[in-house]
Design a protein around this ligand. Structure first.
Ligand code: NAD
Length: 479
């Protein structure tokens, strides 16, 4: 076949034009916002979980080609909007779930906005030497399925969004049905932030009515690369059985141990502050006290000075009948009392106290149901033990091998070291309220997904990345 000279010239011109266009579009700043239509926007909320997943897949393709600076701009907006909306999120969370305290939930939102790590959390590892340069870079998984609890509903969604987007992922959330409205509000806030910062819509998505079925579809979907499950044992087990990589942030029952060397008035105040925070909803909160005989009465005296109300063992037995439901010999938590104010629980027991009472305490045995079970109520049983040796054994028993959180008040370094090693939890707070573990009155970053069962510990952006090695042999090393 013969090609005419002017045909060749035309082809060359066309190729040159194409090259020019490609280089022009590469140097243009991305404007992903234009591809969204905010007027018809669903802001990430879909009726069908499959549509929510599809939308997050489309958004991930856009996030993948964004610069880190652009991801950071979205995160900055999420932080700003979380702070602007903290009051409303807190109010709606308490109204919808009937759990927790508005003032404390405001603090939780401010904390996550200020202290959840962004893209700076993701580090590259490098080796350079005689044989060249090797990098290990942390890349996104793609689309993450995140299942969130009712106890920190919008907190978990906003905190997960910051970390997961920082790592370059998009997210499909399946919230606890009882926290659906506030979950939707959080998802919309993240999408508004993304659009305003020039990012895509549907950077995070959810379903308008989450169910166990939608959760199962999400966990099994072929395009969901990673599951992050924050909740009780059921959801963590379901996530770990999904056949794909899962981060399991499960239940705890954190004991706080107090030995005879502790600063007792301070220990009492810290314990009541931690245990009454958001009416004991945080999974890390002090759920029972193990105190040595020598100081137990002094400790309880100071707890009362700090807003606790002590009930008798008979009243504790009656309280058990209120906060648990017995059904054919099986005992389960009466959810109506989870996260409720201490004075309301006391009122149900026939005890009228002022609204300033923020925690109920009593002395009991380690197998008392109010002590052995994770209640998530401002009820703190105190187990008296002979000495520190016994305290270690009792604390380990009460933690049930969750490897989640434990706390201790002591000035004895050997005792502190010994319990931290033996109980082997993801979090161990010494001489402070439990919430110091989240960077609230303590050093360190914030998270609401503590991967106790699968071992990642306090999750952050780097937890939501996968490792990729890039090798260039015999070059680029300038040593
Ligand atoms: P939950 O287990 O009832 O619900 C959590 C989420 O899992 C919800 O979205 C729910 O719809 C879903 N779910 C529950 N069972 C499921 C199953 N079998 N299959 C699929 N999905 C299922 O928990 P909750 O009451 O909302 O939250 C409190 C629990 O979560 C406590 O046990 C607390 O310790 C734990 N928690 C842990 C962390 C952590 O970071 N480790 C943080 C918050 C709460």
């Amino acid at each position: 076949m013969s090609v005419k000279e002017n045909d060749i010239e035309m082809i060359v011109k066309q190729v040159l034009l194409n090259i020019q266009n490609v280089s022009k579009s590469a140097s243009k700043p991305l404007n992903l916002f234009k591809s969204s239509n905010p007027l018809n926007s669903t802001l990430g909320v879909f009726d069908d979980i499959n549509d929510a997943i599809e939308a997050a897949i489309v958004a991930q393709k856009k996030v993948k080609i964004m610069t880190i600076e652009q991801r950071e701009a979205i995160i900055k907006k999420i932080r700003e909007k979380t702070i602007q909306n903290a009051k409303e999120l807190a109010r709606l969370g308490v109204e919808e779930t009937g759990m927790g305290r508005v003032d404390h939930k405001i603090l939780k939102h401010q904390l996550l906005a200020n202290k959840t790590p962004g893209t700076e959390d993701i580090k590259t590892l490098a080796w350079s030497g005689d044989r060249g340069l090797t990098l290990v870079e942390m890349g996104p998984f793609g689309v993450i399925g995140s299942i969130t609890p009712s106890t920190n509903p919008s907190e978990t969604i906003l905190c997960n969004s910051i970390g997961m987007i920082a790592a370059g992922n998009t997210v499909v959330f399946n919230a606890h049905p009882s926290s659906n409205k506030v979950a939707i509000m959080a998802v919309k806030i993240v999408n508004e932030a993304s659009i305003e910062a020039g990012g895509p819509e549907n950077i995070v998505t959810t379903v308008s009515s989450p169910t166990l079925e939608s959760c199962n579809i999400l966990m099994k979907h072929k395009d969901i690369a990673l599951i992050a499950a924050t909740g009780g044992p059921g959801v963590v087990t379901a996530a770990l059985s999904s056949g794909k990589r899962a981060i399991g942030a499960g239940a705890g029952n954190p004991p706080v141990v107090v030995d005879e060397t502790a600063d007792i008035p301070k220990a009492a105040k810290d314990i009541i502050d931690g245990a009454s925070f958001d009416n004991n909803l945080p999974c890390i909160a002090e759920k029972e006290v193990v105190a040595v005989k020598e100081i137990v009465d002094e400790l309880m005296y100071y707890m009362v000075q700090n807003g606790a109300y002590e009930i008798t063992s008979e009243e504790a037995t009656n309280l058990t009948k209120i906060v648990f439901i017995e059904n054919s010999g099986r005992r389960s938590l009466n959810r109506d009392w989870v996260g409720k104010d201490a004075y309301k629980i006391l009122r149900a027991l026939g005890i009228e106290v002022s609204e300033d009472i923020r925690c109920i305490i009593f002395k009991g045995a380690k197998d008392h149901p109010l002590i052995a079970e994770e209640l998530m109520m401002p009820i703190l049983g105190v187990v008296e033990v002979e000495n520190f040796d016994e305290a270690v054994e009792v604390a380990k028993d009460l933690e049930h091998g969750n490897r989640h959180s434990a706390h201790m008040h002591s000035r004895n370094l050997s005792n502190l070291t010994r319990l931290s090693r033996e109980i082997d939890t993801a979090i161990f707070v010494k001489n402070a309220p439990s919430y110091a573990a989240l960077g609230f009155g303590g050093e360190g970053y914030c998270t609401f997904t503590i991967a106790s069962r699968t071992g990642e510990g306090l999750t952050s952006a780097k937890t939501f990345t996968k490792s990729r090695r890039c090798v260039l042999a015999d070059g680029l090393s300038i040593r």
